[in-house]
Design a protein around this ligand. Structure first.
Ligand code: NAP
Length: 305
């Protein structure tokens, strides 16, 4: 039987509690051996407030999983890699592309695993969508990603601070799926970004890409929430609903993989560590950076939680 891996979870907030802790606890591959968080803790698990102290006192913990927002995450990731630990990054993998490049190089030099996770790529319908599209000619594709920021990020002001990505925080999940399933590479050709006049990041974005691909992200959606990707081909239409978890081809439901996103991420991390591999794909972040570079900025009504 493979050795059980000890992991320290860093940044005990919404996603750590909602997804990481249950996924780790349900897996035979993993033991949650410590947490590092200024205030958060998990019952029954030794809690540190300082990453350097945890790294010094717990040499048997071989993996560090980082659930912090993107801006503070880099310093923690670099410290963990410098101390010889494998590292798993929440999405997006950094606040900037250069940071992620530096982490990838550091992990490579030290022979450690770095996994830049994209949880939406693990959604139940994504692999089947990718298989179906692999031999098709795509004529048009559209992403509709509309949700209520008050519901999903209650009071999280960091999403509207520089580096917080605004509506791209969920939108990058759609970009992670579309860059996984399309049979051809795409590049961004234009964007319109709506900034609340009291905020630093967009609350809505409309993107156009090469090859007839477009996206509509909006964080002001009330009522039903929409996370859909529709792809038209010469041989039919495919729609991924519910953030990649439901696949419909030409009106027919297609059974998914049954995978759950975070358990699948931890299973992949265990394999990467055992195989001494890394997985760092920054393609979704490149599109996000290009949107912020090319985007036309529009001011909209102030936003407060
Ligand atoms: P969060 O709850 O606001 O933050 C996670 C924790 O990070 C906080 O509880 C805080 O813990 C720590 N933290 C925050 N700012 C910090 C700072 N400046 N320095 C050090 N620690 C800091 O955020 P989240 O919603 O869990 O999101 C974290 C990451 O997961 C983001 O990249 C997000 O895109 C991703 N994600 C979130 C969701 C979701 O539904 N929320 C879903 C998928 C992925 P302490 O105060 O205890 O230090």
């Amino acid at each position: 039987m493979a050795e059980v891996l000890k992991v320290a979870l860093v940044g005990i907030g919404k996603i750590a509690r909602d997804q990481h802790v249950p996924a780790i606890r349900a897996s035979a591959d993993w033991i949650l051996a410590a947490t590092v968080s200024r205030q958060g803790r998990v019952d029954g698990v030794e809690a540190y407030t300082d990453i350097d102290r945890m790294l010094a006192e717990r040499p048997e913990i071989s993996v560090v999983s980082l659930c912090l927002p993107p801006v503070p995450r880099f310093a923690y990731a670099r410290a963990a890699l410098a101390a010889g630990r494998h590292v798993m990054l929440e999405k997006p993998p950094g606040a900037t592309l250069a940071e992620v490049q530096m982490l990838r190089d550091l992990a490579g030099r030290k022979g450690l695993t770095l996994f830049a996770t994209w949880h939406s790529r693990m959604a139940s319908g994504v692999a089947a969508a990718k298989r179906w599209l692999s031999d098709k000619q795509v004529t048009r594709a559209h992403i509709t990603w509309r949700e209520d920021v008050r519901k999903w990020h209650p009071g999280q002001d960091w999403v509207f601070e520089p580096g917080g990505m605004g509506v791209f925080d969920p939108g990058i999940n759609a970009l992670s799926i579309i860059t996984e399933i399309l049979p051809m590479p795409i590049h961004l050709t234009g964007a319109t970004l709506e900034y609340p006049e009291n905020r630093q990041t967009p609350i809505a974005a409309r993107l156009t890409f090469s090859d007839g691909v477009s996206a509509d992200f909006d964080w002001r959606q009330q009522g039903p929430q929409t996370w859909d990707i529709e792809v038209e081909t010469g041989e039919g239409v495919m729609v991924l609903h519910e953030g990649g978890n439901r696949l419909v081809i030409d009106g027919q439901e297609v059974p998914g993989s049954g995978a759950h996103e975070y358990p699948a991420l931890y299973a992949r991390m265990a394999r990467l560590v055992r195989d001494k591999q890394s997985d760092v794909d920054v393609t979704p972040m490149i599109h996000l950076a290009d949107a912020l570079t090319l985007g036309r900025r529009e001011m909209v009504a102030p936003f407060d939680f």
